[in-house]
Design a protein around this ligand. Structure first.
Ligand SMILES: Cc1cc2nc3c(=O)[nH]c(=O)nc-3n(C[C@H](O)[C@H](O)[C@H](O)COP(=O)(O)O)c2cc1C
Length: 221
């Protein structure tokens, strides 16, 4: 494939952006971000994802709920022995949402473990067999969708930060956005025109994360 090194450089240049200007993100750009997300692969092409695009007053109210939860937790943690460890860490849970012009909340639905059901119908205990359920395919597919969204945002010049922090207010956020079982929130993505480019975060060297295997441990193949 042409452009391999350029693509790699592009991926490596993407940053999580947490500070944004107050210029709104146009709707057509937001639509392209979601469309990019839906280009992701998914197990049996189930496309188990949904995306809630939150703007305006709703975005502010959402950020305020997350902030309130963080402050509540910070007060509890301060009573323990690790108050200093939490420190300003909790700010990363809500500040990008407050600065954002739009927040996209991805969610995904889980599916029954069909193979386990078939094994059971054949008279065996499915617990004796590994199945793909262990991989949480729907969560994986939605994570892949989020990455596609981040890459598209980067190409559009839009700053983005996918955040686990807002999960501290999961129940409230799900309720407020109408995310109902079997759908589950998968963090939130803060979006806006970037104010200042963040410094690159280091990556572990390839040698620390890759093993090349050409012989299996049992000696076969
Ligand atoms: C699943 C996930 C959750 C994250 N949660 C947060 C978060 O709650 N707050 C935040 O500021 N950044 C969050 N980040 C961004 C990471 O801090 C960031 O990706 C990492 O430091 C590497 O920096 P880079 O994305 O600029 O390369 C999260 C990233 C991922 C993938």
């Amino acid at each position: 494939m042409n452009g391999g090194p350029e693509m790699l450089a592009r991926l490596q240049a993407r940053r999580s952006v947490r500070t944004f200007s107050d210029v709104p993100v146009p709707r057509d750009v937001l639509e392209r971000l979601v469309e990019a997300a839906t280009s992701a692969p998914s197990a049996t092409n189930r496309q188990p994802w949904r995306f809630c695009v939150v703007t305006g007053g709703a975005r502010e109210a959402l950020a305020a709920r997350v902030r309130a939860r963080v402050l509540e937790m910070r007060a509890i943690i301060a009573r323990g022995h690790h108050g200093d460890d939490f420190g300003s860490y909790g700010d990363f849970f809500h500040e990008p949402l407050e600065a954002a012009q739009a927040v996209i909340v991805p969610s995904y639905r889980t599916h029954d473990d069909l193979i386990a059901q078939l094994v059971r119908s054949g008279g065996e205990d499915p617990a004796r067999y590994d199945t793909s359920a262990a991989m949480q395919s729907e969560l994986c597919a939605t994570a892949a969708a989020c990455m596609a969204l981040l890459v598209q945002a980067d190409a559009e010049g839009i700053g983005a930060c996918w955040m686990a922090g807002p999960m501290v207010a999961r129940e409230e956020v799900e309720h407020a956005l109408g995310i109902r079982e079997p759908y589950r929130m998968l963090g939130a993505i803060a979006l806006g025109w970037p104010l200042s480019p963040p410094a690159p975060r280091p990556r572990k060297p390839l040698g620390a994360v890759v093993r090349w295997v050409d012989t299996l441990r049992d000696g076969e193949g």
